[in-house]
Design a protein around this ligand. Structure first.
Ligand SMILES: NC(=O)c1ccc[n+]([C@@H]2O[C@H](COP(=O)([O-])OP(=O)(O)OC[C@H]3O[C@@H](n4cnc5c(N)ncnc54)[C@H](O)[C@@H]3O)[C@@H](O)[C@H]2O)c1
Length: 408
């Protein structure tokens, strides 16, 4: 242990940033959305992983929305449903069966509901539903997590912030998902020289890891309002110093994107003080974990927030940010809109089907404009509906082309 700890404090060579070249741009990224002008009928295989709790309820709605959207946009979807999480544990004894992972890998994109529930809470770690989700992300090699936080005008009162601060917030956090302190070695428990218990972890990023997530950040910013804020702790952490250096170097590839840098403590503060200043944020795993949860709460509605996780190649993973909500599972109370919007992200970021994605986003906004609300976003003067009815109302709007008013 002493040797391990010595490693932690051993002076490390200061990187010669001037000799560093940018990692080559990957020949193929998941940003197939950059290809435009799709025509003719397209066909995609989608793996659906309903999972546990409210997962099957919200995925069923998203599947119908995808099917109808596809038929209106000249896209054919072949859906394959597979078990994951607790339902897979019950069926075959593991949270991520090989068949599920292989099917997911061989498809064009993966849509997940949610996993977990009281029933499996006391399972050993390798038999927990959450382990299946981590294995899935790992198996698909998804290293970039993209999470929008949009305060829709219809739901501005759901935010805990003052209306004038919350309204018109529309930002995206791009979080590195497979590196940094959550995975860095050495890690573990031990004792120090005073025989006191210690726990330790390692924040570590390579130049190529930073470059690839940085490129995702720039690409997302480029498709939005061209403003990218890179969040780090470069005043204290060496891993952040390299992060800032690499992101700054990457900026030369994206002259159309305005890059700024911010320390994470300030970013946490600014997100509450003046969230409208942000368009796209790119950050490491741990900072992204915390800031994306903070940003999601700006909107005040967990049932509305989608996410996308993408890799260098292969299918992306698209899922609502909420969990399996066991307290309302099976009661037709779940808000399906986060999963429906995850389906829109699947179309936009996973398949490059921007027009179809826009149709779904517009349909969600129109459904809210028409006053329909599930319990989590209900306020007086609106119409309280269940999960299924909300789905039916979205389908009606998908069916009628409406002008898009907000980009999610
Ligand atoms: N990605 C995932 O699959 C994921 C993420 C988070 C938690 N979980 C798991 O989900 C289980 C429950 O976790 P939790 O209670 O901490 O978080 P949760 O997100 O499931 O629920 C938190 C609260 O929000 C409500 N809620 C969540 N989604 C909703 C929706 N779509 N519509 C209406 N209300 C909604 C729930 O009823 C609950 O009151 C746990 O087993 C946890 O491990 C899974």
């Amino acid at each position: 242990m002493a040797a391990m700890l010595a490693n932690l404090v051993r002076p490390i060579r200061t990187p010669d940033f001037t000799r560093n070249k940018l990692s080559p741009t990957p020949s193929r990224t998941n940003f197939r959305c950059l290809a435009s002008g799709k025509s003719g009928e397209r066909s995609y295989t989608l793996t659906l992983l309903p999972g546990d709790g409210i997962g099957p309820e919200v995925v069923a709605v998203a599947k119908e929305v995808l099917s109808l959207t596809g038929s209106l946009e000249g896209i054919k979807f072949h859906f394959i449903e597979m078990p994951v999480g607790g339902s897979a544990l019950d069926a075959v004894g593991v949270p991520l069966p090989d068949e599920t992972l292989n099917t997911a890998k061989n498809s064009d994109a993966v849509l997940l509901g949610a996993i977990g529930g009281y029933k499996w809470d006391k399972n050993e770690k390798h038999l927990k539903p959450e382990t299946g989700l981590l294995q899935l992300r790992d198996g698909l090699g998804v290293y970039a997590n993209i999470r929008p936080a949009v305060v829709l005008p219809q739901l501005v009162d759901a935010s805990t912030l003052k209306k004038e601060v919350a309204e018109r917030v529309n930002l995206v956090i791009v979080r590195e998902l497979t590196g940094g302190i959550y995975f860095g070695k050495p890690r573990g428990f031990g004792t120090n020289d005073n025989n006191e218990d210690i726990g330790f972890n390692t924040e570590k990023y390579s130049a190529s890891e930073i470059d690839r997530i940085g490129r995702v950040g720039f690409e997302v910013a480029r498709k939005r309002n061209g403003k990218l804020c890179s969040v780090d702790k470069a005043n204290v952490l060496e891993a952040s110093m390299l992060w800032r250096q690499r992101i700054t170097m990457l900026a030369s590839e994206y002259p159309d994107v305005e890059l700024s840098h911010m320390y994470v403590d300030n970013a946490a503060m600014q997100l509450i003080r003046d969230p409208k200043q942000f368009d796209t944020i790119v950050t490491n795993n741990i900072f992204g974990d915390i800031l994306s949860d903070e940003a999601s709460m700006l909107t005040g509605s967990i049932g509305m927030l989608p996410s996308a996780s993408i890799g260098e190649s292969g299918p992306g993973l698209f899922e609502p940010i909420h969990g399996s909500a066991p307290d309302i599972a099976g009661q037709d109370k779940a808000n399906p809109l986060a999963t429906v919007l995850s389906a829109a992200m699947l179309l936009k970021y996973g398949l490059g089907e921007e027009s179809a994605a826009k149709r779904i986003e517009t349909a969600v906004i129109e459904t809210l404009n028409r006053g329909f609300r599930t319990g989590d976003i209900f306020s007086s003067g609106t119409t309280l509906v269940g999960c299924k009815r909300m789905g039916e109302e979205v389908l009606k709007c998908v069916d009628s082309l409406m002008p898009a008013s907000v980009t999610i």
